[in-house]
Design a protein around this ligand. Sequence first.
Ligand code: NAI
Length: 327
Amino acid sequence: MKPPIRIAVTGAAGQIGYSLLFRIAAGDMLGNDQPVFLQLLDIPRLLPSLKGVMMELEDCAFPLLAGVIATDDPNTAFRDISIAMLVGARPRGKGMERKDLLEANGAIFTTQGRALDEVARRDVKVLIVGNPANTNAYIAMKNAPGLKPENFSAMMRLDHNRALSQIAAKVGQPVSSIRKVIIWGNHSATQYPDLNHAETDGNKISLLINDPAWIEDYFIPTVQKRGAVVIEARGSSSAASAANAAINHVRDWVLGTRENDWISMGIPSDGSYGIPEGVIYGYPVTCRDGVYRIVPDLEISEFSQAKMQATYGELVEERDSVKHLLG
Ligand code: NAI
C-alpha cells in the first residue's frame, strides 16, 4: 500500500465540503490505490457540525481513509499537506458590495497563504474554490513567497464542465467525445467560454454548429450565468457540481490530462496570449507528471481577443482593490 497523501480541505463544514469529502475518501480524486489523510479546517462556530461530518466519514469505513483531523487553525490544517483545497470563504452578505467581499475574503486568504508558506510541503498543489476564486488565489500566492507561483491555481473547471455539457447537447454527441473547450479569464460573469478550438471525433464543433448567433447569444451567456441560474432554481449555490469540478481539477493536475485534450485552470499569467503577468487567469493547459503547461500557439480571433481582454480587465480591477493585502 502507498503511504497516505495529506489533503487539507477548508470550509469543510459547508455544502461543497459535504459533497467533496466523501468522494475524496472513496478514491475518486487520487485513485483507488491511494490512501488519503484528511485535514479539515473551518471556523470555530462550525467545529461541532464538522464533528458530525467526521462521524459520518468514520461510518463509511472507507478502506482508503487513513485518518481525519478537524481544526480551526490553518497551521494545523496545512501541516505537511501535498494538496490544499481552499473552499471556505465568506459568502456575500446582504448589502455587501463586491469590494467588501474582496476585502473580507482577502483577509482569509492572506492568513491561509502565510500558513501554507510555513507548514505545507514545498510541492503542495493548491486549488482555490472560494470566491472570488482567482483573486483569492492571487492573494494566497503573494503571501506565500516560499512556494512557487506554479503551486497555486483557481477553479475554472466547473465552467469548463458546464461548457462541455452545453456543447454535447447541441451537437447530440456524448460529453466524453467533446474536447478542447476553453474558459479564459476570471471565474465570474466576464469569463470567456471559447469553443473555437473544440472538437468531437476530430470534427470542428464550430463548423458542425455553423451558427455564430447560437454561440454568441446562447452558449456564451448560458455558461457565464449558469451559477446564478442554479441559485435561482435550487435556492443555494452549486455544490455537488462544484465538488465534482474540484475533484476533476486535482485529479488531472496530479494524474495527467487525457491524450489529445486539455482542461481549463486558473493559473498565474505569464504573458501568454497577450495577458500580462500579475493575475490568476483561466488558460487551457495540459498536465503531465504533476506539472501543468499552457497550450501554446492557438489561433485567436479578434472577437476572442476582445473577450479575453475584458475579463483580464476585471481581474486587474479586483487585484488593484486588494493591493494592500499582497504581502
Ligand atoms: P458554504 O457557505 O456552505 O460553506 C463555506 C464554509 O466555509 C462554511 O462552513 C464556513 O464556515 C467556512 N469558512 C468561512 N470562513 C472560513 C475560514 N476563514 N476558514 C475556514 N473555513 C471558513 O459555501 P459553499 O457552498 O460550500 O461554497 C464555498 C465557496 O465556494 C463560496 O465562496 C462559493 O462562492 C464558492 N464556489 C466557487 C465555485 C467555483 O467554480 N470556483 C463554484 C461554487 C461555489
